[in-house]
Design a protein. Structure first.
Length: 73
C-alpha cells in the first residue's frame, strides 16, 4: 500500500485545548523538578554510603573496629 499527501491531509487530528495543554505542561514541569530532587537526594545518599564504607574499611584494616561496632553495623 502507498500513502499519498491527499490521504494524509484528510486525516483529522485532535489536540487538547490550549488550557489543557498548559495544565499538562505544568504537571510535566512539576514531575521533572521532583525527579531532579530525587536524583540529587539519591546521589547524596550514595556518596554518604561510600564514605561510610571507606570509614569502616579503614577502621577494620587498622584494627580500630571493635566487636560492638561490628554487631551494630
Amino acid at each position: 500500500m502507498q500513502i499519498n499527501i491527499r490521504d494524509v491531509r484528510n486525516i483529522a487530528l485532535c489536540f487538547p485545548s490550549l488550557k489543557e495543554q498548559q495544565r499538562i505542561a505544568a504537571e510535566l514541569d512539576m514531575f521533572a523538578a521532583e525527579t531532579q530532587n530525587l536524583e540529587s537526594l539519591y546521589a547524596r545518599k550514595l556518596a554518604t554510603i561510600a564514605e561510610l564504607k571507606q570509614s569502616l574499611l579503614q577502621k577494620a584494616f587498622s584494627g580500630q573496629l571493635s566487636a560492638s561496632e561490628r554487631v551494630a553495623a
